[in-house]
Design a protein around this ligand. Structure first.
Ligand code: WT7
Length: 638
């Protein structure tokens, strides 16, 4: 593969950027013409942010799996497409060449068809990080089914909510998953979820942990049995479904400022072009490179930079089942040396947690294969940036700080490895094709450099979300209604004197905990499910490793007359059961009241300041219904 659209110098970056603004349609059609289309598009772009309507390459026909697999077979058939490193380093790893991946995807595509799944059907995938997860995703895409991957750490309730929202009648799961020294009983979680989802017709279960599971007759089937059936049928072909560029490719749920996660929708053509373009340019991928993204496929990072970006570029992508600290804190570095990884893409929270183990686990390793390092998910503090640069990159690997979101499909703001300069804790510059703008609260553009504001994007790019599943109005109000004619990211941002962007964090009621997005309202809803809870308010506070921790102020009935510690554990457990362990509050403080305005609105600003320990900066509290409660909360701070 060659990438004629790969930008190779700072001058080319400037020229490409200018072209993308002056002639966006030409810019993107040049890039899109490097893919395999069954039929070319009629129109490069149609858009109206007010509705919103966004259509890229409309009328074009394609299948993303032909671009990720079939087109590579002739030249790269024997090249590793996926290297899988299991949780337990003692277990043997697996390599799937492009040819083998093709065979598996075709085979599983036929399994899906045999089970009645067809174009447009929603398929929920709830699996651990095994190669079959990527195979399931690609098999859905091959037959035109819409995948909705749910991270293996989410609870039964979260799965049920997502199944209901997407009206998904099909589920693909595993008996269980390994994560460090833990075994997660995935199928049993699915069973709990399906009590609320009688419309689910079929559950395909892959064997991984050999945990005992119960299989419901007529509904549940084994992956292995279904594959055997396809083999017996002698069916070695699964023609890729011809998809319109704007047909849905997948739904991925993410948290917002309301209680209910929303199903972000990405479509086939634009997403493919953007995932590939951003992959090739940001990481400066070179043929032969081994790319290791440590995210889970359950998040957008895994969709774009474990599966679709690397495979569409004919790259070798590494899929890791385990966690960075098990069996020890040298796990990432073992993997880097074992497979001669060239690019490592991870999260600041992982870096900070590994920093805590000192240099010993690092020093045992060579790490000489590394060329490029990347971070994603949250602002990276300078200390972590320098540690990564000095100890992992040995000061010879450019670090790309990539800012983007589930909704953006791929990286929007980042330096390009070795091409445009890095600046610690800055995402730096927009990719060509991306037009950021900062606005103040009133939506007025903040012009010039050395300024800050709310980050918006003023022109569409191919990888942006098209809607939120089943509720287009929600998409409009969430992203396109805050500021006229702009996509609003929800992030605060500053632009330095040179025009570099630094993302400063969310400005809405969304937390970023270990790079995972969690809505405060969602956590509050879960806390309020506990029988003893009267009311709660959740805010974020700075946390050394997680970036942000979750601080809950709770009015609890039995407070004082029972065992508070037990009650707090119980509440945390409730949240874990309702959402998943990632949403468990780090601190729960019992209070007798919450600071409210006379109209009954909780003053989160005050709670945030208290949680952050800035109790002397509470501002004016005289407008509160009961100012005295603030004093009590301050004194009880954990
Ligand atoms: C939010 C999106 C995109 C993949 C992972 C998270 C924050 C993301 C950065 C970065 C500062 C970042 C933003 C954004 N974020 N990358 N490089 N620097 N902040 O995806 O769950 O959709 O969350 O993560 O606040 O809005 P997500």
């Amino acid at each position: 593969m060659s990438y004629p659209y790969q930008i190779r110098s700072a001058e080319q970056y400037q020229a490409a950027y200018k072209k993308s603004v002056d002639h966006p349609e030409e810019f993107w059609s040049d890039i899109a013409s490097n893919f395999q289309w069954r039929k070319p598009w009629d129109k490069v772009l149609e858009w109206d942010f007010k509705k919103p309507t966004i259509k890229w390459f409309n009328g074009g026909k394609l299948n993303i799996t032909e671009n990720c697999i079939d087109r590579h077979l002739e030249k790269l058939g024997n090249k590793p497409a996926i290297i899988w490193e299991p949780n337990d380093p003692e277990e043997y790893h697996r390599v799937l060449t492009y040819r083998e991946l093709y065979n598996k995807v075709v085979q599983f595509g036929n399994v899906l068809k045999n089970n009645g799944i067809k174009k447009g059907d929603r398929v929920c995938i709830y699996m651990g990080m095994v190669p079959e997860l990527a195979i399931a995703v690609l098999a859905c895409a091959r037959i035109g089914a819409i995948h909705s991957v749910v991270f293996g750490g989410f609870s039964a309730q979260s799965i049920a909510d997502r199944l209901q929202d997407a009206k998904a009648e099909f589920v693909i799961t595993c008996d269980g998953a390994y994560r460090g020294n833990k075994e997660i009983p995935l199928k049993s979680v699915i069973d709990d979820a399906l009590v609320q989802c009688p419309f689910v017709k079929r559950v395909v279960v892959l064997t991984r942990t050999r945990t005992a599971v119960s299989m419901l007759k007529g509904r549940d089937v084994w992956w292995e049995d279904e594959v055997k059936k396809v083999e017996t049928q002698g069916n070695h072909d699964c023609p890729a479904e011809e998809m319109d560029a704007e047909d849905m490719l997948f739904i991925l749920y993410t948290s917002g400022s309301t209680g209910k996660p929303k199903g972000v929708v990405h479509t086939c053509g634009g997403y493919m072009v953007y995932a590939n373009y951003s992959f090739v340019n940001v990481f400066q991928y070179q043929p032969g490179d081994v790319f290791f993204c440590t995210a889970d496929i359950g998040w957008i990072t895994g969709h774009s930079y474990i599966v679709y970006g690397p495979l569409s570029a004919g790259a070798t992508t590494l899929l890791f089942e385990g966690v960075p600290t098990w069996p020890d804190a040298g796990r990432f570095w073992d993997i880097v040396d074992k497979y001669k990884v060239n690019t490592l893409y991870t999260a600041p929270t992982a870096i900070r947690s590994l920093m805590g183990f000192g240099l010993e686990p690092v020093q045992k390793h060579d790490l000489g294969s590394l060329k490029v390092l990347g971070t994603v998910g949250e602002p990276i503090n300078e200390e972590a940036w320098h540690w990564y640069d000095e100890n992992i990159g040995k000061k010879k690997c450019p670090i790309v700080d990539t800012w983007w979101q589930t909704e953006t499909g791929g990286v929007l703001i980042s330096n390009m490895a070795g091409i445009t300069p890095a600046k610690p804790s800055f995402a730096t510059l927009p990719l060509p094709g991306v037009q950021p703008i900062l606005v103040d609260e009133n939506g007025k553009e903040v012009v010039g450099n050395g300024v800050s504001g709310n980050l918006c994007i003023k022109f569409p790019w191919p990888g942006m979300l098209r809607t939120t599943y089943g509720d287009h109005e929600r998409c409009r109000t969430n992203y396109f209604a805050t500021y006229d004619n702009l996509y609003f990211t929800g992030d605060g941002c500053l632009r330095d004197e040179e025009g570099n962007y630094r993302i400063t964090g969310r400005v809405d009621d969304v937390l970023n905990v270990s790079g995972h997005r969690i809505g405060t309202a969602e956590v509050e809803n879960a806390i309020n499910m506990h029988t003893g809870v009267v009311e709660s308010a959740v805010v974020g506070y700075p946390h050394d490793i997680k970036g942000q921790g979750i601080y809950a102020f709770v009015i609890y009935q039995g407070h004082g007359d029972s065992d508070d510690k037990m009650a707090r554990q119980d509440i945390a457990q409730t949240v874990s059961r309702i959402i998943g362990p990632i949403a468990k509050p780090d601190k729960i403080q019992f209070v007798s009241g919450l600071p409210k305005t006379r109209s009954g609105k909780i003053m989160r600003r005050i709670l945030r300041k208290i949680a952050e320990g800035e109790t002397d900066k509470l501002g004016d509290i005289s407008t509160l219904l009961d100012p005295a409660v603030v004093e009590e909360i301050k004194n009880g701070k954990l």
